[in-house]
Write a protein that binds this ligand. Structure first.
Ligand code: FER
Length: 253
């Protein structure tokens, strides 16, 4: 059963969908967030949602500022706006009466967001699941590059223009102020990083590096897969389903 609605974030409407497994009573919920230029109906987001539902986990998909059916223009989105949005979604989820354990997952820029919010609200989550997390964005922004587009990091341009999108320079100003390592260090809970080892957008080495920095992380490589898991989507979904099945029986180890 899908319920569609908006979550208020200080007057900004965030488009959301809640999918509950059949015959669900009280139980776990996972928040699931798309990536840069993404939305909640992408194949890899739906596959992750279904895998969670199959394992008996309710899923709250939410679209962040300037994406999908949420308020805001894409060109005006920043990671600070996304962080504020995600905090509103976490607070919303925490008030849902049926929720027992809360989990957080997101793909790419949503995976970076998952890592940031994991550190900010560490006590809120039973585990976090960054999918192909693009946590090099802040580092790249400091070095003058975004998705292969270069700029002078000491003179931020008014806008960054690619073939398919345009972004305000404020995206860069915000991105370069963010230090993901600080939030990694603040999260001691279980982390499951799922990442294609043939990802050309976010190199797999970032999954390995995050896996080493976290105190309690597992990296699940999807061999030969790309950034959006287009080659082995069922394998990615199965990794998610297996993780949540293990959670039901008291966790792996
Ligand atoms: C970048 C690398 C990756 C970037 C964005 C991404 C805006 C995110 C991709 C995604 O969310 O799919 O340099 O700059």
């Amino acid at each position: 059963m899908t319920k569609e609605f908006y979550i208020d974030c200080d007057g900004v409407r965030l488009h959301a969908k809640l999918d509950r497994p059949t015959e669900a009573g009280r139980g776990p919920l996972c928040i699931l967030i798309h990536g840069f230029t993404g939305h909640m109906e992408e194949d890899h987001i739906i596959a992750a949602q279904k895998a969670m539902n199959d394992a008996g986990v309710s899923v709250l998909r939410a679209e962040m500022y300037g994406h999908g059916g949420s308020d805001g223009e894409f060109r005006n989105h920043t990671l600070y706006k996304w962080v504020t949005n995600a905090l509103a979604v976490v607070r919303y989820a925490q008030k849902l009466p049926f929720v027992t354990d809360l989990y957080l997952s997101g793909h790419s820029q949503g995976g970076l967001l998952t890592m940031l919010i994991g550190g900010m609200c560490a006590e809120a989550f039973k585990a976090i699941l960054p999918l192909s997390p693009a946590w090099m964005i802040p580092e790249n922004a400091r070095d003058g590059s975004l998705l292969g587009i270069t700029f002078d990091e000491n003179h931020i341009p008014e806008k960054i223009v690619s073939d398919s999108w345009e972004l305000s320079g404020d995206y860069i100003r915000v991105a370069r102020a963010i230090h993901v390592e600080d939030e990694i260090a603040r999260y001691d809970g279980p982390v499951v990083i799922i990442h294609g080892d043939d990802d050309e957008t976010v190199p797999f080495s970032y999954a390995e590096k995050a896996g080493e920095l976290y105190k309690n992380a597992r990296v699940i490589p999807i061999h030969g897969d790309d950034h959006c898991f287009t080659r082995h989507l069922p394998e990615m979904a199965e990794a998610i389903r297996t993780f949540f099945e293990e959670e039901k029986s008291g966790g792996a180890e």
